[in-house]
Design a binder for this molecule. Structure first.
Ligand code: ZN
Length: 308
């Protein structure tokens, strides 16, 4: 009976021609959409990736949902921003997932902040009792494309380790991502060059990496401290300082109340601009390069409208 030997041979041949990853796709969970976007750049269609927080939410304060625990239970890899960005909501979710591989410090828990450039590292003692949500330096570091590339490299290393059969594919995609970011940076630099040193105020300290990279001078914040809501005294001092330095731009993350920024705008004549600091912050920002494209376009149009 020839077919008895033939059929398995055909099956074996068919299986061998399938990409192994189709049989067991790596499932990656990230805390934010920025991390998911970079992971998608590297992993392409050989992985599945989902973010927990949405880009229009404040990543410091995410409301925990049971569905998050289900995601974490299935995760082969968890990628976090780190620097305590998620400390207010993530630890109980990880714990309740009972997934031993993604517990803090476990082999499939990746803290993307390990090698990036971190700003605002406190010199004195800062405790969470003071309400400051940036006690380990500024966790909004993904807003510098240089850090984006460093994050992509760390993600590449994790994907290669967990799914080595796709090494060449991941490496090629990561290199392509870096190349596209570098090319886009030339465009962003050209657009921002005329406004080097332009003074602005931001609501939260989300933008030091962005400002440092693209030449904005952030002279103050609507929040007295990261995570502390505005107080009348602080707002008054900020208005006085903005008036003294002739600051005409207030940048606000989409998840903050506009009442105080608008009052500051009325007192100083400054323009209040809602600027999404994350992928998914508005529907047009679907990937990491578009995050900068969108915000730089937004900023430049706002600055032009100030001087016209
Ligand atoms: Zn923050």
């Amino acid at each position: 009976m020839r077919w008895r030997t033939l059929v398995p041979a055909v099956l074996v041949a068919a299986l061998a021609s399938w990409p192994v990853s189709a049989a067991a796709k790596l499932y990656v969970v990230t805390t934010t959409e920025d991390l998911a976007a970079i992971t998608r750049e590297v992993g392409g269609d050989r992985i599945d990736v989902e973010a927990i927080a949405r880009g229009y939410q404040d990543p410091h304060f995410v409301e925990a949902k049971p569905s998050f625990i289900l995601k974490l239970q299935r995760a082969n890899l968890l990628i976090v921003v780190g620097r305590e960005l998620e400390v207010g909501w993530l630890p109980p979710l990880i714990q309740q997932s009972r997934n031993t591989k993604i517990q803090v410090g476990a082999e499939n828990y990746l803290d993307a902040s390990a090698r990036v450039k971190i700003l605002d590292i406190p010199t004195g003692e800062i405790t969470r009792a003071m309400g400051d949500v940036h006690p380990l330096g500024n966790p909004h570091y993904w807003l510098d494309p240089e850090n984006g590339r460093i994050m992509a490299k760390a993600i590449l290393a994790a994907l290669v380790r967990l799914q080595p059969v796709d090494r060449a594919y991941f490496e090629q995609r990561e290199a392509d991502f870096e190349r596209r970011v570098r090319e886009a940076e030339k465009r962003w630099d050209a657009m921002m060059a005329p406004y080097k040193g332009l003074k602005a105020v931001t609501y939260h300290r989300s933008l030091p990496n962005f400002a440092g990279r693209f030449g904005l001078n952030i002279i103050g914040y609507v929040e007295p401290r990261p995570g502390i809501p505005p107080t009348p005294g602080h707002t008054l001092a900020l208005i006085n300082e903005m008036t003294r330095q002739n600051v005409k731009l207030v940048l606000v993350e989409p998840y903050f109340d506009l009442k105080t920024p608008n009052a500051i705008g009325r007192s100083t004549g400054a323009k209040v601009l809602v600027m999404p600091p994350s992928v998914g912050g508005v529907k047009e920002i679907t990937d990491y390069v578009k995050l900068f494209d969108y915000n730089i376009n937004l900023l430049v149009s706002a600055i032009k409208s100030l001087s016209s």
